[in-house]
Design a protein around this ligand. Sequence first.
Ligand code: ADP
Ligand code: ADP
Length: 239
Amino acid sequence: GALLQAIDLKKVYRSQSGTEFAAVNGISLSVKTGEIFGVVGESGSGKSTLARMLLRLIEPTSGDIVFDGQNITSLTGEPLRQMRRHMQFVFQNPHSALNGRHTIGDAIGEPLRIQTGMSRRDIEARTEALLDIVQLPTMFKYRYPHELSGGQKQRVCIARAIALNPRLLILDEPTSALDISVQAQVLDFLQQLRAELNLTYVFISHNLAVIRQICDRTIVMKRGEIVEQGDTEQIFLSP
Ligand code: ADP
Ligand code: ADP
């Protein structure tokens, strides 16, 4: 069934001169449990605005968001915090997503420290297990971000995103800041991870080759609207 649904979602920005502009203009979609759902579109088409609304990082102007059968559009406070554990975000740029003054171990353990009552020892063990899941050596927990490559840093960001056992990851251009050769590795790794952990992904990209490699179904956005949707293969067949 559907894990995440958007129903006629809109986000209208108002400029200082008072003109209104719909960055997302009536998007409806349904992400099935276990699939990789692609969102593709040129820069400025509204992909990030859509993602940030789905995560409830910004408020929709209108429309609804339903996660696992629960309408989360107006959740606040503790219920919103609880819901966020199940839906995590992986950003485009692993270099700026990590604080240079914190060790890798601290970065991965941060959500565990903040959002759970786990003991230091349990957090340490879980941090090591997470490094193992993302195929990095345990000893990396003592390192700082500048001592890691871009691909390694993105694995750290993924480890942090899965620390609380979420059901859904929203990945916003997760490989765009990486070298081409590393991109393919991270994509392969993401596919493995989804199978191992029963994850569902919303995968945002402007890169058609990447979408084609990894996504089951895809929507194509233009000026805040869906201009095409369906099985990824079919979308790329159409003229
Ligand atoms: P994409 O992720 O596809 O590049 P965005 O969602 O970032 O697109 O942006 C969609 C449109 O909304 C762009 O024209 C952008 O300039 C505009 N926009 C994004 N955020 C804001 C904001 N906070 N205020 C005003 N306009 C915004
Ligand atoms: P400052 O010392 O400038 O007040 P912090 O060092 O507390 O700032 O955090 C700076 C930014 O890094 C914040 O956006 C915060 O969310 C993020 N951040 C904090 N702790 C970590 C961490 N362990 N790993 C990655 N990012 C972190």
